[in-house]
Design a protein around this ligand. Structure first.
Ligand code: MN
Length: 274
């Protein structure tokens, strides 16, 4: 499906093909152990400290073995998030944020954007139980959400703002990292926007169309690591574009032939966000 001798189109470069989710920029992430500041927003620590003020005022902790009640200074676990790749009737990514004892959830049809130039639709879905942070597997046919659910990424997040129509967080995952805002546009519809610069500033977005290099007869093949070639067999040559679990097949001059090959439709889901 790809074109032969390729110098600049780099259709196989991971930096380009990982269009939606920025797989090219997976790096090991160190998750800070103390994220107490995120809980300050909820006021839990402040009020705990306030309530112990008079207890502490009455005691000299240099002299008494009684506890100071400074446990609030210990690291508080940061809230967690998960992104599940859900190959249901239509493929989408489910973003879930631990908040107020449940998982606030959004279904994101095109995945979490890695570039601030792009806002992706995020449809608010019902809150899920915390145990869903670890859920992956098959939801049986005929049931709600039937299909395969895989964990795309999980980690912790810092909470900057949580309002009815706006949620601002910084993700600390392995694939999903950086500052994002979710904002409501109407009804269940929200958008998710990356506020940080692109994770990989050198990454070029996948073009809408890639012009294949046409086959040519050649006695001398080019040499060097930047070249690859394939023999032109008889038949149909096409380029497959996969995004958000959907596949589009195009011949040269971009004639779409997707509908002619229903048996290849599954490739879109197989590629997922990769
Ligand atoms: Mn889902």
């Amino acid at each position: 499906m790809s074109c032969s001798p390729s110098t600049t189109t780099t259709t196989t470069s991971p930096a380009v093909s990982s269009r939606t989710m920025g797989l090219a920029s997976i790096r090991a992430t160190t998750i800070p152990t103390s994220r107490a500041t995120s809980r300050h927003l909820g006021g839990t620590q402040e009020s705990m400290a306030d309530r112990l003020d008079s207890y502490r005022a009455k005691r000299d902790f240099e002299a008494t073995p009684e506890p100071t009640g400074k446990s609030g200074d210990e690291p508080v676990p940061a809230p967690r998030f998960v992104v599940q790749e859900h190959s249901a009737r239509a493929m989408h990514w489910d973003l879930r944020l631990e908040h107020a004892g449940t998982l606030a959830s959004w279904a994101v049809p095109k995945g979490i954007p890695t570039d601030p130039k792009r806002n992706n639709l995020a449809v608010r879905t019902e809150d899920h139980p915390l145990e869903y942070l670890d859920f992956h597997g098959e939801i049986p046919a005929g049931h709600y959400g039937a299909g395969t659910m895989r964990i795309f990424d999980r980690g912790t997040y810092e909470l900057h703002k949580w309002r009815d129509a706006e949620v601002m967080v910084t993700f600390h995952g392995e694939r999903v990292r950086g500052k994002y805002v979710l904002f409501k546009t109407g009804g269940k519809n929200w958008m998710i926007h990356r506020m940080d610069p692109p994770e990989d500033p050198d990454r070029e977005p996948m073009p809408e169309q890639v012009a294949p290099m046409l086959a040519r007869t050649s006695k001398d093949l080019p040499v060097g690591d930047n070249w690859a070639y394939e023999i032109k067999w008889d038949g149909v040559r096409a380029i497959g574009y996969a995004e958000g679990g959907r596949l589009r097949l195009a011949r040269r001059r971009s004639t779409s032939i997707t509908a002619r090959y229903p048996e290849l439709r599954g490739l879109g889901r197989a590629a997922g966000a990769h």
